[in-house]
Design a protein around this ligand. Structure first.
Ligand code: MF3
Ligand code: CO
Ligand code: CO
Length: 281
């Protein structure tokens, strides 16, 4: 039986219960999340052929330092970087590396979480490196659209299973696959909390969505099979069949009628392919 607890009265740890947050808490989440979104916007011109993933990490660290945001991944469970940079077949948790240069045609997910006043703003997007092949563009479009469809059903009365179902049904109808090994998560004063948000599932399954819940939705979608291989570094997760993988992530709060998206892009750059069309026009 899933229990819901008032976040103000719950201990600062994962108790297995789902925390219900106040309007004031929502404003704390929005502030942290907007710093993350501004950083992801500011990264757009930096993501070019020849730039290293360490240079991206340095930018994320510095951007936070100048604004009072601490990267949540720094020293998180032994991780030592300020963001994750996941290129092509890397599904998630790619480690920034001074030897890793982006090249024309790559697709890279950059995942940033700043902590501001104790609140965690967690978001990621895809970035095209120069001109993409049609298959890579399509994967990005399908993954972005799967998150948009999930946000439509993230409202009271629905369940976490409705979110997973919306993603899975759409992704598979596009002959892509949903990664099962990683999920969205409760977020707030903790980086990873209950509930788990699976990106696949049955309508009506899982736990009921209630106003005041705060969590991420972060579907990882592969062009090929869903199977994952974690490299010897203990972090980098790749597609087993070496097919391309993409991911988008928002941090959201459930309201009385729908959801509040905390990590919206101030510059309207969340979907990189929209932005590219704009630049070419
Ligand atoms: N930001 C990731 C998420 O969306 C978590 C990264 S943990 C790290 O939940 F240690 F790999 F950085
Ligand atoms: Co997350
Ligand atoms: Co993230």
């Amino acid at each position: 039986m899933i229990e819901y607890v008032d976040a103000d009265k719950a201990p600062l740890k994962n108790t297995g219960q789902i925390k219900i947050y106040s309007q004031e808490d929502f404003e704390g989440m929005r502030k942290a999340s907007q710093m993350t979104a501004e950083c992801l916007d500011a990264l757009v011109p930096l993501v070019q052929p020849g730039v290293t993933t360490q240079e991206i990490d340095d930018f994320v660290f510095q951007f936070g330092k100048e604004r009072g945001g601490v990267p949540a991944t720094l020293n998180y469970r032994g991780y030592t970087k300020s963001c994750c940079t996941s290129i092509n077949r890397v599904i998630c948790h790619g480690i920034p590396d001074p030897k890793k240069k982006l090249k024309e045609g790559d697709i890279v997910n950059i995942d940033v979480t700043y902590i501001v006043d104790g609140w965690h703003g967690d978001s990621s997007r895809m970035y095209p490196v120069g001109k993409l092949k049609p298959a890579a563009k399509r994967l990005i479009e399908v993954t972005h659209e799967s998150l948009m469809r999930a946000l439509e059903v993230a409202k009271p009365g629905n369940t976490t299973g409705d979110i997973g179902h919306a993603i899975q049904e759409y992704v598979e109808s596009e002959r892509c696959s949903v990664v099962r090994d990683f999920c969205g998560h409760g977020v707030g004063k903790l980086f990873h909390d209950m509930p788990n948000i699976l990106h696949y599932g049955q309508k009506g399954a899982g736990t009921k969505l209630m106003p005041g819940m705060i969590f991420t939705i972060e579907p990882m979608v592969n062009l090929g099979r869903p199977d994952v291989k974690v490299l010897k570094d203990g972090w980098t997760a790749e597609t087993r069949d070496k097919s391309l993988s993409a991911q988008f992530e928002h941090s959201i709060g459930i309201t009385s009628s729908g959801c509040d998206i905390f990590t919206t892009s101030p510059a309207g750059l969340f979907n990189p392919l929209d932005a590219q069309t704009g630049a070419a026009a």
